[in-house]
Design a protein around this ligand. Sequence first.
Ligand code: ZN
Ligand code: ZN
Length: 274
Amino acid sequence: MLIDYHLHNHFSPDSREDTRKIVEKAIEMGIKEICITNHPELHDKNTGKGIFRSKEARDRFRKIKAELDDVQKEHPGISIGFGVELEYVENWMDELTEFVKETDFDFILGSVHIVRSVIISSHLFADELYSKTDEQTAYNAYFDNMMSLVEWGHLDVVAHFDINKKFGHKFYGPFQPEKYKDRIIPILERMKEKGIGLELNTKCMDTKCKELFPHPVILNWAVEVGINNFTFGSDAHKAKDVGQFIQEAMEIAKKAGIKSISTYSKRIPTLHAI
Ligand SMILES: [Zn+2]
Ligand SMILES: [Zn+2]
């Protein structure tokens, strides 16, 4: 079964895409379940930095849910989940906890995009960190934030586990997970203890670092540690990118020993054999 559990539409600050076009593309790709996972923060137009305002986010996500309900009625052949991609920013987490509790999500992705106040997922900013910092310092700081996100815990699945390599590879060469094993394994173990799953994110398989997030070695470790829930996401911000490389990621998952994928409804996972 093909799923795409990481999608952004026109309600996300970084996408303008029409929801119906996303759904039509997913159906065309043979995908059975999708989940729309917008960012709750907005972007400051001058600095590009995220701003989280809880009332604005609540109002916007109410509109997202209403639109998804309408689109679901028009397309009964595909399941459309109501999700969110939360961001680890230390001083937002109390408000995000409230936001999560008050919103009836099917699925919550948790991400780290910011390291030492620099947005590392954007080419406009990532160089600012990597050009001035050695690999170990930058990547250790990234994984420390990841551990803080997992400890916070109000999420179902960690998104793009090693997005540090997206632009980091330009400065430091291909990402070698073995060098960070002592930081990565404890994160995976904590995820296992908390029932948090891992995303296979295909966004950069043909661009930037040209790899799946996470690296197959990390997938092997996740299986060894006993993580149960795995989702697939294209992280598409445009309809044309929906479902891209999900089939390829499925093959990588099988090679890593992953036996099932998870879908979520009201944050409860259902496992499907692959
Ligand atoms: Zn992200
Ligand atoms: Zn995303």
